[in-house]
Design a protein around this ligand. Structure first.
Ligand code: CLR
Length: 368
């Protein structure tokens, strides 16, 4: 009850929620960017498809495939959704995937704002010439026993070979099961994936009892650049199976089956080799305390980090300087991206967080 009350008064800021101990996780939110590429084969697949229509479809397939990890992996590994650690400004999460066929895929994730919390990330594979960049924050609201979370930000997939962009909007979600102390995520509303080549996918989400009696369902439509002609309709469960209908041929086939794909775990440097601002190192003691549910230590160790941060902010204020983000910068959204955002029918953010690869590659952090 105290928990539900704390949710009701959280005023849209998820980090201010005091969750009961059994809902705490020792993982920082800055790590969640990894869910975009835990299936490296599907991530690079679009780069090998010459047909534009088929390529757009491969992007949709990769996107649908990421949802299971993004939104159900805590449930599967830990029994329920958890409250992640609230990243500090400048917190970094780095890693790579090494796979035989895809080679190296790199992840750089950085907390670029603390108030409100914003995480920016870049994921790239040079062998295939593909890169994903994005940033996100959350705005929460509470109604009866449901926590509604609107996502702020977007992701952009870039395929070098075709000089093609895909602008991806993020779904709204809500947390159910709070009253029973067993929270889980359900997606709602929609995602738009708009390509610079004009193809557009609209993915609508729903939970139990809307499209079907099943949880985690979606219905996607892929439209040709002229917008009026519907090419494909895809429907099913994003955490399970989905099927695709080719609207011209009226034929149906399997689109994706989450059960047939195994996640490739991200490789992160051992903690002793990490810099002190890297997530797992910085939160090591808190995470260990969460593991053994030692609430006093959780509190003590968390406070140390928070106080350190307060000191840093105070010093910056006195010196009249602003915290320098490590590998991302806030820039005006112009050029191709702005156009794609407009095509997607979304109000583009005035300024967006973009990765500065030059700076990253000249830093010791790039030695993964
Ligand atoms: C972060 C960005 C990822 C997708 C994603 C998945 C789960 C979301 C998380 C985002 C933000 C934080 C989140 C979480 C589920 C629960 C958690 C909303 C959007 C909140 C803070 C936990 C509240 C406390 C409990 C009631 C569990 O790409």
């Amino acid at each position: 009850m105290t928990f539900l009350r704390s949710l009701a008064t959280s005023k849209g800021d998820l980090s201010s929620i005091t969750a009961p101990p059994f809902i705490l996780s020792g993982t920082s939110l800055v790590e969640y960017s990894k869910f975009w590429a835990e299936l490296p084969d599907l991530f690079v697949a679009p780069t090998m498809i010459l047909d534009k229509e088929e390529r757009a479809l491969a992007v949709v397939r990769w996107f649908i495939a990421t949802l299971k990890g993004q939104y159900t992996s805590r449930n599967e590994a830990l029994g329920s959704e958890k409250k992640p650690l609230n990243p500090f400004l400048g917190e970094l999460f780095l890693g790579k995937w090494e796979t035989e066929l895809e080679g190296t895929t790199i992840l750089v994730s950085e907390q670029v704002s603390h108030h409100p919390p914003v995480t920016a990330y870049a994921i790239y594979n040079d062998a295939y010439g593909i890169e994903l960049q994005g940033y996100n924050g959350q705005k929460a609201s509470f109604a009866t026993t449901m926590l509604n979370v609107r996502q702020v930000g977007h992701a952009v997939l870039y395929i070098k070979k075709f000089d093609e962009y895909y602008y991806i909007t993020l779904p709204t979600l809500h947390i159910e099961g709070l009253f029973y102390g067993a929270p889980y995520v359900e997606l709602e509303q929609k995602t738009v994936i708009q390509s610079s080549g004009g193809y557009r996918a609209s993915i609508e989400y729903s939970g139990k009892g809307y499209f079907s009696g099943k949880k985690n369902t979606f219905k996607a439509k892929l439209y040709a650049p002229d917008q009026s002609s519907l090419l494909y309709t895809i429907a099913g469960q994003w955490s399970g199976k989905s099927t695709i209908i080719n609207e011209k041929q009226k034929s149906e086939s399997v689109f994706y089956d989450a059960m047939e794909h195994k996640v490739v775990p991200l490789v992160v440097k051992p903690i002793e080799q990490q810099a002190e601002y890297e997530s797992q190192r910085a939160w090591e003691k808190v995470a260990a305390a969460v593991q053994v549910m030692d609430y006093d230590t959780i509190h003590v160790e968390k406070s140390k980090i928070e106080n350190q941060q307060r000191e840093l902010r105070k010093k910056e204020k006195e010196e009249g300087v602003e915290w320098q983000r490590r590998y991302f910068e806030l820039v005006e959204d112009e050029g191709p991206l702005k156009e794609v955002a407009e095509l997607a029918g979304v109000e583009p953010d005035e300024k967006v967080w973009r990765f500065n690869r030059e700076v990253f590659e000249h830093s010791p952090d790039s030695k993964l």
